[in-house]
Write a protein that binds this ligand. Sequence first.
Ligand code: ADP
Length: 437
Amino acid sequence: MTKTLMSIATWAILGWLAGLWLGAATGWGVFSVGLLIMVLVSGVQLSQISRWVKNINAPPPPSVGPWDEILAPIYRTLKRYRSDQARLHDTLGSVMAAVEALPDGTVLLNADMELVWCNQTASNHLGLNTLTDRHHNIINIFRVPEFARYVRQEEWPSPLLIHTHYNGNTRALLINMTRYGPEDFLLVTRDVTQIEKLETMRRDFIANVSHELRTPLTVLAGFLETLDETPADAVSDEQRAHYLNLMREQANRMQAIISDLLTLSTLESQPQGDGEPLNMTDIIRASLDQARALSAGRHEFKTDIDANLHITGMANELTSAISNLINNAVHYTPPPGTITVEWKRKPDGTALFAVTDTGIGVATKDIPRLTERFYRVDHSRSRATGGTGLGLAITRHVALRHDGELKVDSRLGAGSRFSIVFPARRIVAGLPDASDA
Ligand code: ADP
């Protein structure tokens, strides 16, 4: 403004001097020409400015006379705004990346419960499509009646647990809704399928343990009550011995269950280690001796044992797994059956322990469940042999802790083969005292 006034004043003085010297008309002429030049220069400058406005990210034109004073602060503010915007963009980018990386689903909804934005996890959980579902009511996209009722609530003091189906599986979703602005809502979804499964397993396990212990305890309490209520002279020594024998049996059963439970819990809680080089022949032979005693000559035993094959491992764990498999063969093979125990190196370099019997076998549908805790195909048969229903669960655990795998091949009525394959890297060479079984 000052520059413009000064230019006008300069032309006015020039016009006045010219008027003094060459007459008033010339003076007015000079002044008018001056103003015309000023208007023309201004026009050129304005067209430069209008070109710059179209490309506002470029620096303003270098010299536009009086406009310099106006353009410079505008350009400075623009530059600051642009760098603020870039910083904001970066922050927003990293916040969005963090929300995307969340294991939980996040959905933003507007006042009409329409989808504004959601992360990938939420779109997996609720089957949302960020491109086509935007600005559609969430209730119409994820059509589950209890979800619709939950979203329509005024307040959401507790989360909602729902079960959805996808690819033939059921998924448990925990949904939590909150208001985060006057008209903005946040929906968080969490997949709790695994947690729910573990919780069910824990509940089932406690129910099973209680059930398993309740039966022998009830029997034991019954006998104690009988003995307590019957006068001493009314019970013969023979009867008393019989009762005591039955009570001992029940106590032994409880002891066996508790001992197997403790073994399982130790296996689960102890860190897996490599163990030490073991003389496997000795371990197998000791288990075979026990099994022969259990069979009392009612079965034929065959062995195919490589006395020079040894692995690293935990002796007590492997002893328990091996005797469990051989004892099971005795329990579930009606005499006169054959039990074959193999311990050898396979052509692929792995080590195989296998027990094959000609016993009652297992139906194909039951095979996958054999390693479940307390699962028995025939409860009374297992009970009659003093079984706890935990042996194969322990054996499977031991196999896994030795990087091996428990395999079951069986045919109902024809016999079974239980085997554990240990990886080649567990095999050790040359142990002293190895001899043929
Ligand atoms: P249990 O103490 O009942 O023997 P296990 O966990 O060792 O428990 O075995 C689970 C179930 O698997 C047994 O109850 C039995 O039904 C079946 N089973 C195990 N070994 C054999 C086998 N060699 N032949 C047939 N069935 C078997």
